[in-house]
Design a protein around this ligand. Sequence first.
Ligand code: FAD
Length: 508
Amino acid sequence: LEKAFEIYDDFTYPSSAESLTPSASAPTALTPPPPSTSIKPSPHIVILGTGWGAASFLKTTASTPLNITCISPRNFFLFTPMLAGASVGTVEPRSITEPVRSLNPSSQFLEATSKSVDLKNKIIECESVTCEGNSCEISTFNVSYDVLIISVGASTNTFGIPGVLENCNFLKSIEDARRVRTGIVNCFERASLPGLSVERVKEILTFAVIGAGPTGVEFASELRDFVEEEGPKYYSSVLPYVSIKVIEASSTILAPFDSELQKKAISELTRFSFKGGRAITELMLSSGVKEITPTEIELNDGRKVAYGLSVWAAGNGPMQFTLGVIEGLEEEQKDRQNIARGRLAVDPWLRVVGGDGSVLALGDCACNAEDVLPATAQVAGQQGEWLGKMCRRGYDFCPEGTVVGRDMPPPSSSSGSPTIAEKISSPAPGVACAFQFLNLGILAYTGGGSALAQVQITEDKAVKSSGSLGFGLWRSVYLSKQVSGRNRLLVAVDWFKTKIFGRDITRL
Ligand code: FAD
């Protein structure tokens, strides 16, 4: 890679061969590289996806001379933690999305889906679908790469349960949120029609949320806010018949949280609404789903739940594309699949195991079998930033002729366990520190202006907070984590608008 990676960062670098070892004499001056006819073209870095991992990589490498192409079927970044809010109209979809082209204007963006990768010849096969009116045009093209970063996320795991794909809504994309928002209003409008029996109205106004992890709980909470705040204004006649059923296979909710906070969440979720009237939300724990029909959810113990709208929030599954890449890798990759389970097994430097070091993976589609991290935005974002810094520093990912996990030596790393300060700061020049996740904690909205916050102080010590204090933390963190000032302003305005005027129930 030679001088191609030299950039005007906080220092300049020696050649990539030297860059794998710490160098005391690494120049520190902010001097541009001398004009030279021997400078090779910058290696072509291709990143797949525009989610948390890719967006963070693109932001970190903005304003660098790196030759980056981003390929994704979605030309925007989506702030997934607020999808639940968007699905009931607390915030608008455009407030939580940001065009990817604005994150790194110097990179190239291709709106397409990568279908497969020829790892030997370093070529990605892409497909682009453009629809106008009723007709769609499909075009295919190939893109070659020197370094490939895969950040395609995960799909929804249906666990092969019959009827889930056909009858449930999901909460993964902005289209899903729009569909759910329309579906909720549809249920209220349908239930308000004349001539329906009370039983039928109750069925239509039963909202089933399958999965009581953070996504399911936040959606159920946002939905109850909608019922409590918009119901009396618009749908008072049918309000007594509304119920939200949270169906969960395990015996508890919000598994990543501490048990004390889980109890607080349960009591907040099941509290009475409308001044002591009744609890709208019912938690159905230890209730595995057997089958879902268009009108009923059958549980493993034989119980049946008739519903008007169902949302499936029960976990991640592998992407077809990722499975295809795994197939093309050496045995070392397949050996780790008992732990990686449909994700790309990576080494601590995020290099895909069983590859030649030129393919890296991060976020929900990657898994380091020795240190399995949760599938969260926090992990994906930190990995994207780490990789961006590594690219800026000219870290050579792919020494020739070796296979990661078999015979590729690890890049030199700093000795001993890194301190928290080292984790968040940049690695020293020329040193390729392994990626280290810094757990900052977790947050979850539980409705009615209350939230849970578990803020990690050290590895085994966390500050816990709930209620309105937790809510204050939740809102400030979500606002500060928006990827642009535009998003921050739009989200703040949406919250204000909802407080003053309520949610928009127009079905557009
Ligand atoms: P994603 O963000 O999913 O991005 C994947 C990208 O790849 C997308 O742009 C997609 O279009 C693109 N893509 C897909 N297939 C292809 C292909 N074949 N070729 C090219 N591009 C492709 N995490 C938290 O830490 N805190 C939270 O509060 C939180 N709340 C969440 C709420 C919801 C509703 C959801 C769904 C998730 C939430 N998460 C949260 C999890 C978090 O969103 C994920 O862990 C994170 O998005 C993973 O980032 P990623 O970059 O790996 O994948």
